[in-house]
Write a protein that binds this ligand. Structure first.
Ligand SMILES: NC(=O)c1ccc[n+]([C@@H]2O[C@H](COP(=O)([O-])OP(=O)(O)OC[C@H]3O[C@@H](n4cnc5c(N)ncnc54)[C@H](O)[C@@H]3O)[C@@H](O)[C@H]2O)c1
Length: 340
């Protein structure tokens, strides 16, 4: 059975992926800084799980020695966080991922799968962009994705399979819940406040995909290396392209007593809708979940108290800012490297 190193294993996608892949009998080496807490994987008391708390910029390459597949999910995972300091974004998202891939190749890893983003398309009036359409990255985050895609394709050869997955904006439940993602935040606000905010004019397009369907796309690519090697795939489904205003109205209709409010002042200029024919044609991939499934599972989890809006780790930007604030506070307080 394959041994897979998942970088970013403690994140929103990673903590779902580890669970799904362990069920399938894979051995997982879960490398992460665990910025959102090691407890996201803590309930997994599995003999096939090895947890490594380390950084993709500095980890010891020995951990790659007997690994068959590397899945790279690690890094600063949204636009806002990637704008805190572009130098961090370059060092982690771009140089860190490139280092991980370079060391993977050097140590005989056969397949490298990279979690890119649909946001590499940035803005386009063309409906249903395919993988060969022009990229238009507008933010530090999406520029880092484009740079890594390019570096990975330069490393790709007959000994080192590379697959790039350009994921749509993800929704659905995860042990490391994220409320900075459109469907999740709309469902949360609709359930708790009865209000869904539409940022901008609501005409901007985005594709969406359930977190379990993302994990399934990685699994299919990993289990079909010949078909997936050297390929870039948009991950999602044509039916889940939404204009943000329509998405908000759709979600408010799914929930009781929920209205939508426009917040016209919005800095975000991105708008793109994607075509997902290629991943279906090459790998037979189809999504199994819908936005409705995601919203209803979030509603249920809120009702049962499994997730709460108050959990500070669910707000990605604020959580990283909080960590940086406390790092600086602690450094100023320490004497002889100690607080007390
Ligand atoms: N969630 C989405 O909607 C979405 C959409 C498209 C692409 N992606 C990409 O998928 C990947 C996973 O996203 P996610 O939603 O799980 O994000 P996430 O923030 O929940 O997970 C990222 C993980 O990387 C870890 N990490 C950060 N810096 C690290 C470092 N230097 N070394 C080791 N670990 C580090 C964090 O601790 C975290 O657990 C990211 O590359 C993201 O850009 C996500």
């Amino acid at each position: 059975m394959k041994k897979i190193l998942v970088a970013g294993a403690g994140g929103y996608v990673g903590s779902v992926m580890c669970r799904e892949f362990l069920k399938k009998g894979y051995h997982i080496v879960a490398l992460d800084r665990y910025f959102f807490g090691l407890e996201k994987l803590a309930d997994l008391n599995e003999k096939n799980l090895t947890i490594i708390r380390d950084d993709i910029r500095y980890f010891d390459e020995d951990v790659l020695k007997d690994i068959d597949v590397v899945i790279d999910l690690a890094g600063l995972s949204n636009d806002a966080t990637s704008e805190i300091d572009p130098a961090f974004t370059k060092a982690i998202n771009c140089d860190g991922s490139t280092r991980l891939a370079t060391l993977a190749k050097k140590n005989g890893v056969k397949h490298y799968l990279y979690s890119s983003s649909a946001s590499v398309y940035g803005f386009s009036n063309i409906r249903y962009l395919s993988e060969t359409d022009k990229l238009n990255p507008l933010t530090e985050y999406s520029k880092s994705k484009v740079a890594v895609e390019k570096n990975l394709m330069a490393l790709y050869d007959h000994n080192f399979n590379v697959t790039i997955l350009r994921n749509s904006t993800i929704y659905g439940l995860s042990p490391r819940m994220r409320f900075d993602l459109a469907v999740n935040i709309m469902a949360m606000r609709g359930c708790t406040e009865g209000i869904i905010y539409i940022m901008g004019d609501g005409m901007q397009w985005r594709p969406f995909v359930h977190v379990k369907d993302v994990v399934e796309a990685f699994r299919l690519c990993m289990e079909n290396p010949e078909a997936a090697s050297g390929q870039t795939f948009n991950v999602g489904s044509n039916e889940q392209n939404y204009a943000i205003g329509d998405l908000a109205v759709y979600i408010s209709d799914l929930l009781e007593d929920t209205k939508t409010i426009h917040i016209p002042d919005n800095q975000d200029c991105r708008s793109y809708s994607l075509d997902f024919t290629k991943i279906n044609r090459v790998l037979g991939y189809n999504t199994r979940y819908t936005v409705k499934d995601g919203v209803l599972e979030i509603k249920e989890a809120l009702k049962k108290g499994v997730i709460t809006f108050d959990d500070p780790t669910t707000h990605t930007l604020n959580w990283y800012k909080t960590l940086l604030y406390w790092e600086s506070k602690m450094n100023n307080l320490k004497v002889k490297d100690k607080i007390l």
